[in-house]
Structures are given as C-alpha cells and as structure tokens.
Design a protein around this ligand. Structure first.
Ligand code: NCD
Length: 328
C-alpha cells in the first residue's frame, strides 16, 4: 500500500490520524461521539476523499475481513457506498437483501442476526431498520462493530458525517457557520444526526418546518426554530433540504405537495434569502417539485448533492478503517 502522497493544506497524513483516540466500538449514533472523535473520522475521510479518483489506490487494510450489510428498508446510495468503501479497503462484502430473506417467513431479528453471525462470522455489520434502536440491539448480540445505516427517525450517523465532510471541504471551517435544515424535521433521522453533529462542531443551526412537521422536542439544545423559509434562511451559509418521510408520517400532516412546495420548496427565490453563494444540500432521494426545484438541485455552482453522494464512499471507508482495522 502506498500512502505517501503529499498532504495538501496541512491536513494530517493518513498515518498521523490518531485512531486510538476513538473509543467507541460501534457507530450507533452521533450522540455517542465527542467533537474529537467526529474530527478523527472527518480527517481520515478527507484523506480518502482526496485519493478517491485514483483507481489503483486500494489500501488493503481490511483484507480477509467480512462486512455484512443488512438493509431492512430500501436504500440505493447508502448500501452501495458501504459496499464500494469496503471493497476499496480490501474486505469481502455480503449484502443481505431482506426482501428475499426469511424475515418474510416470520423470523425474528434476533434469529436472523444469530444465524448470519454464526454462518459468516462477520468483522463488521451495517444495519438499516425501520425500528428505533435496532442497530443498538444488534450490537448486544454480536461481538463485531455495528454501524447504524439509519433506524426509524432516530439517527443516521454516516449521513451526517458525509454531510459534514462535504461542508468542511467547501467551507474549510465549520465552527461559527450557519446551516439551515428544512422540511420534515419531525420524521427525519438525517435531520436529527445532523443537528447533533453540527452543534458538537460549533455550527449555528436553523431548522425550518411547517408547525405540523416541527417536533416539540429536539435531539439537541440551542437550535433555532423557524416556521418560514425567509427568516430561517437568513444568514445561512448552506441550506439542507429533506424529503417528506411519508412512510413514517400520519396521514393529513401535509395538505398537498403543491402547497408544501409553495411555502417550503427551495426555489432560487427562496435561496436568495440565504447568504450569497450559499450551498444547497439534500441527502437524497429527492422529490423534485416538492421540497426542491429542478434549477436549484441542478445548479452546478451551488448544489453539493452529487458531492454528498460521492463523499459517502470516503466517509464510510474512514469509519470502517477506524472500527474494523486490526481485527484479524
Ligand atoms: C435518507 C434515509 O434513508 O434516511 N436517505 C439516505 O440515506 N441518503 C433520507 C431519506 O430517505 O429521505
């Protein structure tokens, strides 16, 4: 493995990132991490992001290790980028497609995990599940690191980390910046993990939602709530839009998609309330014409949406490097 590429901008080199300062065995939620641990992941992810386009750059640090991905909910980017990240690090990957598994024959989560654990002896497990706390539960029955790829509306830590990497690579410094998170705050695990992470890194967080989609209790303190885009976007350096999580939403909370778009959909006009040159983000999948207009999503200068997807790979490489390296 060659990791002697010169580092730009005085970034810490691959070898110098102090992985031992990361004390968690699993990655269940951003709430379990302190700012130093978040920065360790981001420093390493930044290093991997710089070298992502070098096809021959395949550090073999997870050779002979097995990553199991278990998605009990739909996923395109998250599952694929975990697979790509694990392969870049030399691991073998087993993806279980839950739509064709024995879960549909009534098998419990406990039995499914015990069966796969016994058969595959994985060195890392990635879990996405519609139940709050499922990855935490899995971590109590296996002895390898467990990575939460999204549980209900609770947390989606790897998404928040890749969003922070994307912002950090563009804004350079996150502390003191102002970021708006807009839309279905109440049902979004992406919003929850992002709020927690951004506050831990000293960012000013605005959340903007119609009253029906604004939770009474937020997962972190010191976040400013707004019910309109004009006030909420004022002074913001980036605007993060969210999909309406219809699968977790009680009927009737949104009157019509058209009305939602008129009041909360991000258009060029609404984006002008934010700072000049404010970046636009979205974790995907996007519903164009509902939470975001085409010309905003596709704006090559301001939209970071494809960069977020790309940064999913180096971020997940960094997480697996920290949690799984040296297990064999
Ligand atoms: C998000 C998720 O699944 O929570 N998608 C993702 O991981 N990029 C957001 C969503 O489904 O709206």
């Amino acid at each position: 493995m060659t990791n002697s590429a010169p580092q730009k901008d005085n970034k810490p080199s691959f070898e110098k990132v102090d992985r031992t300062a990361f004390t968690n065995k699993h990655l269940i939620g951003i709430e379990d991490l302190n700012a130093d641990e978040i920065n360790i992941i981001l420093d390493l992810a930044d290093y991997y992001a710089d070298r992502l386009d070098e096809r021959e750059f395949k550090p073999d640090i997870l050779r002979n290790q097995v990553l199991l991905t278990l998605f009990f909910e739909d996923s395109t980017r998250t599952r694929t980028s975990f697979e790509m990240a694990a392969k870049r690090l030399g691991a073998d990957v087993i993806n279980i497609d839950v739509s064709t598994s024995s879960i549909n024959k009534g098998e419990s989560l406990l039995d499914t995990i015990q069966t796969l654990n016994s058969m595959l002896r994985p060195d890392g497990i990635v879990v996405r599940h519609s139940e709050y706390g499922a990855p935490q539960f899995v971590s109590t029955i296996v002895d390898c690191p467990v990575i939460n790829a999204g549980d209900s509306w609770h947390e989606h830590p790897t998404q928040a980390l890749l969003d922070a990497l994307t912002l950090r690579r563009r804004l350079k410094v996150l502390e003191g910046k102002t970021i708006a998170i807009c839309g279905d705050i109440a049902h979004s695990r992406v919003a929850a993990s992002n709020m927690i992470l951004l506050k831990k890194l000293g960012v000013n967080v605005h959340i903007v939602a119609p009253p029906a989609l604004m939770p009474d209790k937020l997962p972190t303190d010191d976040v400013k709530k707004f019910d309109n885009m004009k006030d909420g976007l004022n002074g913001c350096d980036a605007v993060m839009m969210l999909r309406n999580q219809m699968e977790r939403m009680q009927a009737g909370l949104i009157k019509s998609e058209q009305e939602f778009f008129e009041n909360y959909g991000l258009t060029k006009e609404k984006l002008s309330y934010a700072n000049d040159g404010a970046f636009v983000m979205h974790p995907g999948p996007m519903n164009r014409g509902v939470e975001i207009a085409d010309d905003v999503a596709d704006d090559k200068n301001l939209s970071l949406i494809l960069e977020q997807v790309r940064n999913g790979v180096p971020t997940r490489m960094a997480i697996m490097d920290i949690l799984m390296k040296d297990r064999t």
